[in-house]
Structures are given as C-alpha cells and as structure tokens.
Ligand binder design. Structure first.
Ligand SMILES: CCCCCCCCCCCCCC(=O)SCCNC(=O)CCNC(=O)[C@H](O)C(C)(C)COP(=O)(O)OP(=O)(O)OC[C@H]1O[C@@H](n2cnc3c(N)ncnc32)[C@H](O)[C@@H]1OP(=O)(O)O
Length: 139
C-alpha cells in the first residue's frame, strides 16, 4: 500500500510524529485504506510512563498525529483545536499497535470532527480519541 509520506517532498519536515529525520521523533508512516488512515507503532522503554506501559501524553500524540494525517492526506491544512482521549487499557511497550483515524463530520466547512483509536494485538481497543481540527492557511 502507498505510504502517504511518499507524496510529500519536504526535507525540512521535523515533525515529532512523522519526520523520519527527527532523532527523538516517533517516525510514523501512514497509509490510507478507504476512509481510514492507519499507522503502526511499537513503544519502547523511552516511551514509558509507568514501567511497562506507554506514557499517556505520547499516546495522545500518536492519535493526534494519525487524525492530522487523515486531513493532510485529503489536502487539508489544520491545527488541533481540541482533543479528548479515553484510556480504557494500558498500552504495553514492545507490542505492535495499530492506530486508526477517520473523519466523522465537517462543520461550517472549517471545523473537522475526527476520531481515532489504538488497537492491541488481541483486537481490544485500548484508547479512543475525538478531536476538533480547524482548517488553517499553513500550506
Ligand atoms: C510538509 C511537511 C509535512 C508535515 C506533515 C505534518 C502532518 C501534520 C502534523 C500535525 C501535528 C498534529 C497537529 C498539532 O499538533 S497542531 C498544534 C496544536 N494546536 C495548536 O497549537 C492550535 C492553536 N490554536 C490555534 O491556532 C487557533 O486557536 C485555531 C486555529 C484552533 C482557531 O483559531 P482561528 O482564529 O482560526 O479561529 P477562531 O478562534 O476565530 O474561531 C473560529 C470559529 O471556530 C470556533 N472554534 C474555535 N475553536 C473551537 C473548538 N475547539 N471547538 C469548537 N469550535 C471552535 C470559534 O468559536 C469560532 O466560531 P464562530 O465564532 O465563528 O461561530
């Protein structure tokens, strides 16, 4: 499947979530499967909060980035305006995670209501997020 990053020719990208050049970044790569944007990630020791589990703030960053990439892929430049995160299960380190996002609604042509989730290998949804993204003139 095509990686969305391959469509972007910007060697100055140092985004914490998706830059492949940021030495402390998550180095995420995304695909679009129908209406679902998806990435995979495996948290390591340096991503921990409590021992053995991924830090909640970094979990939110994973979800924020994956929702932002759905919009970016659809050629929409945005800023995150608001986000809520429901942590149902701890996210273990050294475990392959699937992160998905999709668009639920667009209000007034400018406010994008997005949703995302993190799925554990056994199929359980560990974390769900909802966010509002505001279209901007960043591009
Ligand atoms: C090229 C290299 C590749 C790079 C790839 C990168 C991939 C992506 C990576 C991305 C990384 C991940 C992404 C990140 O991490 S983005 C970084 C985190 N986010 C920010 O820093 C955002 C900071 N905030 C802002 O910039 C502004 O406040 C925004 C842009 C959000 C709005 O300021 P703006 O001045 O434009 O709008 P306004 O204040 O006049 O309001 C306008 C209308 O909107 C309504 N409203 C406002 N807020 C909300 C709300 N929460 N719910 C419902 N409604 C809301 C408001 O009431 C008003 O309504 P009305 O009065 O008209 O009826």
């Amino acid at each position: 499947m095509e990686l969305l990053q391959d469509r972007i020719k910007d060697n100055n990208n140092m985004c914490f979530g998706c830059s492949q050049a940021n030495p402390i970044g998550l180095k995420l790569k995304f695909t679009l499967d129908g209406e679902i944007c998806r990435t995979e990630f495996e948290a390591k020791e340096e991503h921990q909060g409590w021992n053995g589990y991924m830090h909640g703030g970094l979990i939110a960053a994973l979800l924020d980035e994956t929702m932002a990439w759905w919009l970016w892929f659809n050629d929409i430049s945005i800023m995150t305006a608001e986000m809520t995160t429901r942590y149902s299960y701890g996210v273990p380190i050294n475990t392959r995670l699937v992160v998905e996002s999709w668009c639920e609604e667009v209000k007034r042509g400018r406010l994008y209501l997005m949703a995302g989730r993190i799925i554990l290998p056994d199929g359980k949804v560990a974390v769900r997020a909802n966010a509002k993204f505001m279209k901007t003139e960043l591009k």
